[in-house]
Ligand binder design. Structure first.
Ligand SMILES: [Zn+2]
Length: 393
C-alpha cells in the first residue's frame, strides 16, 4: 500500500517518512488510533516504504520487486499476527497463519480498513474469545531467530495488540528488550490501556488522531464519490469513524442494487401474467438475466434482497391504507411507489408478504435458487392480478 492510499493526516505520514530518511526507525512502535482509523493501512504503507528499493522522498515506488510483494501481502519478511480462535474450519492448533487467506482477502477488499467485528464475521467467529495466542508468540520467536530473506528488516505487524494472550507477554517482552537491529515490530491498538504495561513501556508511541470534521467530510466526498451535502450527512452519522462511513456506503450501494432488482422482478411478474396471450411483450431475456443474477448472489445477499423487497411491499400496503405519512422513501422509491402501490393492496398484500417470507425460509433451507426465484416471480404475477381492482369490477 502506498502512503497516498492511506487515510490519515499528512503530518503523521511525514513524521514516519522522516524516520526512514533520517535513519531513525524505532525497532518497536505502537500505532494507536480509535476504531475506524486507518492504522493498519498506515503500518503496511510504512513498512513497504522502508522495504522499497526505489522510494522517493514522499512514497514507495509501487513497482519494485519488494513493492509488488507487499501489494500481494506476500513478502517473505512481512509477518502479520492478529486475534484468532478455533472455527468450524480450523478445529485445532489455531494461530494467525491458519487464517492467512482470509486475512489477505479482507485487507485487500477493504484497503486495510475494517473493524474487529468485520474480522470476526469473516472468520465466522461467534463467541469472540480471541487471542494472539501461544502458537503465535512461538511463531514470532521462531521467525525472529532467522535472518531477513530479502529486506533489511524482518517486519512483524501485530494487529489489535490488546489481544495478546497475557501469560505469553513476557516472551514477547524479551525480544522487545533485546533488539537485534534486523527486526521491526509495529503493534496496532485501539486501546493502549489494555496492553500489558511492561510491553507498552518498550514501544515508541505513534498516535493517529481523529480528523477534524472538514477533512473527514472531504475524504468521504472524494473517496466515496458523494456530493458535499451527502458527505456531510454521512459524516454526521458516522462520527469520524471511516469504517462506519464505508459500511454506510456499501449499504447504500446494496440498497440501490436491490431496488433495481426488485423493479425488474415486479416488472417481470406483471408482464408474465398480463401478457400470456401476447408473449412478444414478455421480455424473457430480462427474466433470465434477473434469475441468473439472483441465483448467483449467495444466500446472505439473496435474503437481504428479499428483506428489502418486503420493506417495499409494506410501503405499498401502508400507502394503500391511507398511511403514506408513515412511509419514508428515497426519491427513487417514492417515484416507483406512486405507480405501483395500487397493485399491492388489502386483497393480496398478506399473500405477497407470505410468498416472500416463504422464499426467505426456503433459502435458509438450501433451496435451489434458480427454481425458487422462477417460482416466486410466477407467483407474484398471479398475486398482482388477484389484487388488480380493474379485473374484479
Ligand atoms: Zn518500491
Amino acid at each position: 500500500m502506498l502512503f497516498a492510499d492511506v487515510l490519515v493526516s499528512q503530518q503523521i505520514k511525514q513524521l514516519l517518512i522522516n524516520t526512514v530518511n533520517h535513519q531513525r526507525v524505532s525497532h518497536a512502535q505502537l500505532f494507536l488510533g480509535q476504531t475506524g482509523t486507518h492504522t493498519l493501512g498506515l503500518a503496511i504503507a510504512y513498512t513497504q516504504y522502508i522495504s522499497c528499493q526505489n522510494r522517493t522522498e514522499t512514497d514507495s515506488c509501487g513497482v519494485c520487486r519488494s513493492c509488488l510483494k507487499y501489494k500481494n501481502l506476500a513478502h517473505p519478511d512481512l509477518h502479520f499476527f492478529f486475534p484468532n480462535a478455533l472455527t468450524t474450519k480450523v478445529k485445532k492448533d489455531n494461530e494467525s497463519a491458519s487464517f492467512y487467506n482470509e486475512w489477505r482477502e479482507i485487507v485487500t477488499e477493504t484497503n486495510a480498513l475494517f473493524s474487529l467485528d468485520d474480522w470476526y464475521a469473516k472468520l465466522e467467529i461467534e463467541n469472540k474469545q480471541t487471542y494472539i495466542n501461544k502458537n503465535d508468540i512461538s511463531r514470532i520467536l521462531e521467525y525472529q531467530a532467522t535472518k531477513p530473506y530479502e529486506s533489511e528488516y524482518k517486519v512483524f505487524i501485530i494487529w489489535m495488540a490488546e489481544k495478546i494472550y497475557a501469560p505469553m507477554g513476557h516472551k514477547l517482552l524479551k525480544i522487545l528488550e533485546e533488539p537485534d537491529g534486523k527486526t521491526l515490530f509495529i503493534l496496532i491498538s485501539e486501546n493502549s490501556g489494555q496492553i500489558l504495561p511492561t510491553i507498552l513501556s518498550r514501544l515508541q508511541l505513534v498516535k493517529i488522531n481523529k480528523f477534524n470534521t472538514k477533512d473527514y467530510t472531504d475524504i468521504i466526498s472524494q473517496k466515496l464519490d458523494y456530493t458535499p451535502e451527502e458527505a456531510l450527512e454521512i459524516a454526521s452519522i458516522t462520527d469520524n469513524n471511516l469504517i462506519d462511513a464505508f459500511h454506510v456506503d456499501r449499504r447504500k450501494v446494496m440498497e440501490k442494487e436491490n431496488f433495481n432488482r426488485f423493479i425488474s422482478m415486479m416488472r417481470s411478474a406483471y408482464r408474465i401474467c398480463y401478457f400470456t396471450n401476447d408473449p412478444k411483450k414478455i421480455n424473457f431475456h430480462e427474466i433470465a438475466v434477473l434469475i441468473k443474477e439472483l441465483a448467483s448472489l449467495g444466500r446472505e445477499n439473496q435474503k437481504s434482497f428479499l428483506r428489502y423487497a418486503l420493506t417495499l411491499v409494506r410501503k405499498c400496503i401502508l400507502t394503500n391504507c391511507g398511511a403514506s405519512e408513515l412511509v419514508k422513501s428515497s426519491a427513487e422509491e417514492a417515484e416507483w411507489l406512486v405507480k405501483f402501490f395500487p397493485f399491492i393492496n388489502k386483497e393480496n398484500g398478506d399473500k405477497v408478504v407470505n410468498a416472500i417470507n416463504e422464499a426467505i425460509r426456503n433459502i435458509e433451507q438450501n433451496a435451489h435458487a434458480g427454481i425458487l426465484f422462477t417460482d416466486l416471480i410466477l407467483l407474484l404475477g398471479q398475486l398482482i392480478q388477484y389484487g388488480d381492482k380493474r379485473l374484479h369490477k
